[in-house]
Design a protein around this ligand. Structure first.
Ligand code: 9D3
Length: 244
């Protein structure tokens, strides 16, 4: 996969992308990440990328001429010209499903906004997709783009150590994940659940599944609605929830 990122703060990405899974994937040739400073395409000697909003109001708007020039020039660098994704607070909320869909693409072009946002013509005539990472206010699209890239790269075949890691992620099944324990077996009087120490893999798998369901029911009940529970699991869950 080829990822092109357009931003006025390319340096923000270097730390996060120089660590862990993204770095390994880049070094392994699974993905190339190409940072482009939008300011390079500014025409004046001050390298202006923003301007006052028509109609007045607070804040500044990213200039369409500069954003179009930068994006069209970057699009020329590879044959696949879609999707062109705008990171913006009004985009569709990033989900596991969208991450999986994006991980199957040959190329992603991501545009990060600053200030109050982009001129509307960027939304209408340049972007093919608009994505937000949640209902909270960031200072710009950069941190959202980093979250998206990190999540997408994990789903490129071979990016994780073992091939089953992403498949078995319980979030992929729409569940939160069971609690984890490591040594020591007893810490400050708090023991590790007996079943985990038992070495019985069948029993461990059953316990984890039930714990996934219980945690999801307690914290994110809306996730459970789209899930098929067996009769046995349903009864066990009702019992647990009745006892709290
Ligand atoms: C205070 C006015 N804001 C109304 C929501 C406008 C605004 C414009 C630009 C607020 C934040 C930003 C910068 N944020 C992003 O560019 C952004 C973002 C976000 O803020 N939250 C979640 N996902 C994203 S993706 C891009």
């Amino acid at each position: 996969m080829r990822i092109d990122l357009l931003t006025i703060f390319p340096d923000m990405f270097r730390g996060p992308f120089d660590e862990s899974i993204v770095k390994r994937a880049v070094e392994g040739g699974l993905v190339s990440i190409n940072l482009h400073d939008i300011r390079r395409w500014a025409e004046d000697r001050h390298k202006t990328v923003d301007d006052y909003p028509y109609g007045g109001g607070p804040g500044m708007v990213m200039k369409p001429d500069v954003v179009f020039a930068a994006t069209e020039s970057v699009l020329e660098l590879a044959p696949q010209r879609e999707p062109v994704i705008l990171l913006t607070p009004a985009g569709r909320r990033l989900t596991h499903e969208i991450v999986v869909e994006l991980a199957a693409k040959e190329r992603l072009v991501l545009i990060c906004g600053r200030y109050e946002g982009f001129d509307a013509r960027v939304h209408e005539h340049l972007a093919t997709d608009e994505i937000s990472i949640g209902d909270f206010v960031l200072s710009g699209g950069e941190l959202a783009a980093m979250a998206l890239v990190d999540a997408v790269v994990r789903h490129i075949p071979g990016a994780l150590g073992s091939p089953q890691s992403t498949v078995e992620e319980s979030f992929a099944e729409g569940l939160l994940e069971a609690p984890h324990y490591t040594r020591p077996p007893e810490f400050r009087g708090w023991p590790v659940p007996e079943v985990l120490v038992s070495g019985n893999h069948g029993e461990v798998a059953k316990w984890r599944r039930l714990q996934n369901i219980l945690l999801t029911a307690r914290r994110r009940p809306e996730l459970l609605a789209s899930l098929e529970l067996t009769a046995e699991e349903g009864e066990w869950l009702a019992l647990q929830l009745g006892e709290q």
